[in-house]
Each structure stands twice: as structure tokens, then as C-alpha cells.
Write a protein of this length. Structure first.
Lengths: 292, 279
């Protein structure tokens, strides 16, 4: 049966391969090609091979470098907070108490809602006069007034906070499932040996979830690097360029300023950066596994 | 400190953490809900009136009458329905093939599918847009359905292949001896066994479809989905940003999602966990 149906098996792959090939492989290959061409609006129809010129131009594009800078900052800060707060929340959800199930269900809400809705909500929440954040602050400091999204530093923080609100509960739920695989006897044994909570966290909990954490880190880091919706909804890249994540920058280059070759070149750099992150984190994951 | 006080203190800290987390999640959502139930001037009032305001459903009426939220919901449902249907059929077939006929050669398409999930939409979007425009697929249901289906494939193949691997080989061998053809084995025997897995991924995929904003933003102008609807609210009022209407749109989108989450929490968590951790 195996041999006879081998060709049928390949036939059954055709639909998914066609769809994915057509919508992901083909356009990415085209993007790599386009990155070597001058395809701006001005010379439409007579695109011209310019080698690596688009990449050279990126070196002198300070506002693009600002975008790369914020993308790195956004990704790194957000991931560190994901680890700290996400593990904390997961530990909380792992304690047997009455609130546990409610907590888990409510934690799914921010994940399940569209980023665009969370972003719009955040945009108004950070409003100076009627926003939720300042309203709560004014209950403690009566005359407080601050326009979060108008200043670059606070706008960047607002974007990161919104991202954390939306995604940490999701991260925590995934960490929780790893926590549940840890054998409780280990904690019991450690307690009898006189280990305190902090000690058993570092010697039992962390090794127990480190493998899952590394996998999650890969996914969550890549999602941070390509986040678009949150910027579209909250700031439109502003004030100035301060919150324009790289994905948003590619979008404006490809659909507003219509410099397709350049947009593709930025895309290629983002793609390579993601590949580096994947390889790096996968390597770290392997090393971590070997040590144990 | 004796044991009993330690216990009480730890319980107090536990519940304190619980209430802080709940407040952080619920407060913004509650603010959105009450804003949608207030009229324009009241929604922009500071300090915010949290309880005991005049409840009005005018915003909701306005959203249905002027924004045609009903049409948006219909568009979203049509796209989602077909994307779920096509992706489930195509992915079940592919996963069966991967699970039963895996070979060195077949590892190539398998890893291609999984790795293709890493391709950011933003890198692929512009060339894809041009291809779709030439094929006259921009702003059409078939075009959007292809794109939504495509975005569901990697996750679905991963989860379904895992589940197919767990189904004993003997089952299809016995059917093969009885003369059942390969498609028959997949659809009559394997598919029913996969139903729990299919319902799990369908729930997660359903939410993925509802939440997709980028695809309709680029590939559709007139077929407005719910996610796209929230950013087109300002079109209604000209230039200013009507918070109460945007909040209303947010609530309209959130309502089905909330119901969904509350009733299928277990399936969602199962789906998310198999999709990400076993990867």
C-alpha cells in the first residue's frame, strides 16, 4: 500500500503547496529581486538594475535608522518584560486557588481581540484630556496633564505598554502549560531538603520550562519585529518617526511613497535580521539543552 | 512567624496579585464598553463617570444604520467560512500525507510550509499586491479567501500532522486491505478521528481570521471587514476622531470574541499549546 499510494500522497500536498507557494514563496523571491532594482514612482515602467544601490542608500537614511533603532528597542524591551511579567503571571495561574480559572479565561481576552482594536483603545486611553490613563492618574495627582502620544519617549513607552497588555497574558498561558508538565514531587523533595521558594524556582521551575521559553522567545521576538497593526492604530509612526516600526516603514515606502525597490530592500534586511534571530535563538536553545 | 501566619500572608499576596491582574485586563475593556453606551459629550468627559450614567444605544443604532456594521459582519463571516473550509480540507489531506508517507524528499515541502510562516506579510505584500492586481483579485471575495486560507495553512498543517501521527497506522492498513482507496481512507476513516483536532484549530483559526487587519487593509477597498471597520469610523464624522463611535465598533467586534472565549476556553488553550510548544 505504501508504494502504491506514494504518488497520491504527493498529489494531496498540491493544494497547500500551491497556495503557500503563490502567496509566500513567490512574492518573497520577487522582493529579493526587486531590492536590486530602481523602481520608484518617477521611472515607472522602465525599472533599472542598480545592484546594491538601494542598500547603500539605506546607510545614509537617518530616519530609516531611527526606525530600525526603535524596532530593536521595542523588541528587546518588550521581550524582557514578557519574560519577567509573563513568567510571573504564569506562576500565579499555576497556584491552586479559586481565582485561577477566571484569571485564565480573562487572560485570553487581550489575545483574542484584534490588535487594531487594542491599538485604537490604547490611542484614546493615552489621550491627555479624556483618556483612561490620565483619568486614573488624576485621582491621585489632581492637576496631572500629559500628552503621551505627542512626545517621542512617552509615545514609544505607550506603544510598548500596549503591546505588553495585549500579549503578556497569551505568553503566560503558554508558559503555564509548560509549568504543568513539571513533576510536583520535585518541589516536594526540594522542600524536604530545605530549599526555599526562590531556590526551587531557579533550580526546578526554570530548567523545567527553559525549553518552552526558548521556543516561545523565537515566535514572540519575530512577531515583535514585524508588528504593524499596533502602530497603524496608535500613532501612525509619529511623533516624527519615533514610533515607526520597520514593518510600518516598509508599508509607507511600498504604498505611499511608492519606492518599491527601496521598500523591498528594507524588507530583505528585515528578513535577514529575522533569520539571524531564528538561528541565534535556536543555537541558544540547543546549548541550553546540552547543559542539562 | 508561625506557619499559619505565613499561610495567611501568602494568600493575601496571592489575591492581591489576582485583583491587580484582573483590574489591568478588565479596566480598559470596561472603559470601552461604558464609553460606547454614553453620548458623544459624556464619553469625552473627565473625570470619567464609571457608574450610573444615562445608558443610550444610539451609538449602536448609528453604527448599524450609517456604517452598515451588518454588511461588515457578513463580509467577515463569508471570508472566514470559506477560508476555514478550504484550509481544513487542504490541510487535512496534506497532514495525512505528511504523517503517513514522510520521506527525506517529503521533508522539503513540510519544512517549507512551516518555515513559510516565518515570512512576514509585510515583506511579501507588495509583489503579491501586483500579482493580485494583474489577476483582478484585488477587492474580490476569492482573492481575500485565498489570502486568509493561506495564512491558516502553516499552523493547521503543524497541528493536524501531529494528531495524524498519533493515529495508529493499523487503522488505515486494515481499510486498505478491505479495498478502500486513499481519498476514501482520508475522508471516511481518518477525518472523523481528527474531528477534535479540527475543531480545536478551527476555533483558533476563526479568531485569526476575525483579527486579520493587514490583509483587508491592502487587498480590499469595498469589502469592509469588521477589523477594517474600526479604522473607517472617522470617515463618518469627517476629520475628528469620535471616541464613542470607535468604542462602539470595538465593542461590536469584541462581543462575539468574548462569547467565544468564554465558551471554548479549553479548546483555545489546547490549540495554542499544541501549535506553539510542540513546534
Amino acid at each position: 500500500m505504501q508504494k502504491k499510494y506514494r504518488y497520491v500522497a504527493w498529489l494531496m500536498l498540491i493544494p497547500v503547496l500551491l497556495i503557500r507557494g503563490f502567496t509566500s514563496l513567490y512574492p518573497v523571491v520577487l522582493s529579493f529581486r526587486n531590492s536590486l532594482y530602481n523602481m520608484s514612482l518617477l521611472n515607472r515602467g522602465k525599472e533599472q538594475f542598480i545592484g546594491l544601490q538601494n542598500f547603500v542608500n539605506m546607510l545614509s537614511d537617518t530616519s530609516l535608522q531611527q526606525s530600525f533603532g526603535f524596532t530593536v528597542k521595542f523588541t528587546v524591551v518588550s521581550m524582557i518584560m514578557h519574560l519577567i511579567l509573563g513568567i510571573g503571571l504564569a506562576l500565579l495561574m499555576n497556584v491552586k486557588f479559586k481565582g485561577r480559572k477566571i484569571l485564565r479565561t480573562f487572560s485570553l481576552l487581550p489575545w483574542a481581540m484584534p490588535t487594531i482594536v487594542a491599538g485604537q483603545l490604547a490611542r484614546f486611553a493615552f489621550n491627555d484630556t479624556y483618556g483612561l490613563i490620565n483619568d486614573l492618574i488624576r485621582r491621585i495627582i489632581p492637576d496631572f496633564s500629559y500628552n503621551w502620544l505627542v512626545w517621542s519617549g512617552s509615545a514609544q513607552s505607550a506603544v510598548i505598554i500596549t503591546d505588553l497588555w495585549k500579549d503578556i497574558p497569551y505568553f503566560a498561558i503558554l508558559v503555564l502549560s509548560a509549568l504543568q508538565y513539571i513533576n510536583n514531587d520535585l518541589y516536594e523533595a526540594a522542600r524536604i531538603d530545605g530549599a526555599n521558594a526562590i531556590k526551587s524556582f531557579w533550580h526546578i521551575t526554570m530548567p523545567g520550562i527553559s525549553n518552552t521559553l526558548m521556543s516561545l522567545m523565537i515566535f514572540f521576538t519575530l512577531w515583535r519585529m514585524t508588528n504593524f497593526d499596533i502602530i497603524y492604530a496608535m500613532t501612525g509612526g509619529g511623533p516624527g518617526n519615533s514610533t515607526s516600526l520597520i514593518a510600518y516603514r516598509i508599508y509607507t515606502a511600498a504604498f505611499s511613497s511608492l519606492n518599491l525597490g527601496y521598500a523591498s530592500a528594507i524588507g530583505v534586511v528585515l528578513f535577514l535580521a529575522m533569520a539571524v534571530v531564528i538561528v541565534g535563538l535556536t543555537y541558544a536553545k540547543k546549548r541550553l539543552n546540552l547543559e542539562e | 512567624m508561625n506557619k499559619r501566619t505565613t499561610h495567611i500572608v501568602s494568600r493575601i499576596i496571592l489575591w492581591l496579585c489576582f485583583f491587580i491582574v484582573m483590574a489591568l485586563i478588565v479596566t480598559p475593556l470596561y472603559w470601552m464598553v461604558i464609553s460606547s453606551l454614553k453620548d458623544g459629550t459624556e464619553a469625552l468627559q473627565s473625570p470619567i463617570v464609571w457608574f450610573g450614567f444615562d445608558v443610550t444605544f444610539d451609538n449602536y443604532v448609528k453604527m448599524i444604520r450609517d456604517m452598515r456594521v451588518d454588511i461588515m459582519a457578513w463580509n467577515t463571516l463569508v471570508i472566514t467560512f470559506f477560508a476555514l473550509l478550504i484550509s481544513t480540507v487542504a490541510c487535512t489531506m496534506a497532514s495525512y500525507a505528511f504523517a503517513r508517507f514522510m520521506s527525506t524528499a517529503m521533508k522539503i515541502p513540510y519544512y517549507f510550509l512551516l518555515l513559510s510562516a516565518m515570512v512576514p506579510a509585510i515583506v511579501a505584500v507588495r509583489p503579491l499586491y501586483d500579482v493580485f492586481r494583474n489577476a483582478k483579485l484585488i477587492n474580490t471575495f476569492p482573492g481575500l479567501i485565498i489570502l486568509y486560507t493561506s495564512s491558516l495553512i502553516p499552523f493547521s498543517v503543524l497541528v493536524l500532522t501531529n494528531f495524524c501521527n498519533a493515529i495508529p497506522m493499523g487503522i488505515d492498513e486494515a481499510a486498505g486491505i478491505d479495498g478502500a482507496s486513499a481519498p476514501k481512507i482520508v475522508f471516511r476513516i481518518i477525518l472523523p478521528l481528527l474531528l477534535p483536532a479540527i475543531s480545536t484549530i478551527s476555533i483558533v483559526n476563526f479568531i485569526t481570521c476575525l483579527n486579520d487587519f493587514f490583509t483587508p487593509l491592502i487587498f480590499s477597498e469595498d469589502i469592509i471587514t469588521l477589523s477594517l471597520g474600526i479604522v473607517s469610523v472617522p470617515n463618518l464624522t469627517g476629520f475628528y476622531q469620535p471616541w464613542e463611535l470607535i468604542a462602539t465598533m470595538g465593542c461590536i467586534i469584541l462581543l462575539p470574541i468574548t462569547i467565544f472565549v468564554f465558551f471554548s476556553e479549553k479548546y483555545i488553550i489546547d490549540g495554542l499549546v499544541t501549535g506553539s510548544i510542540k513546534a
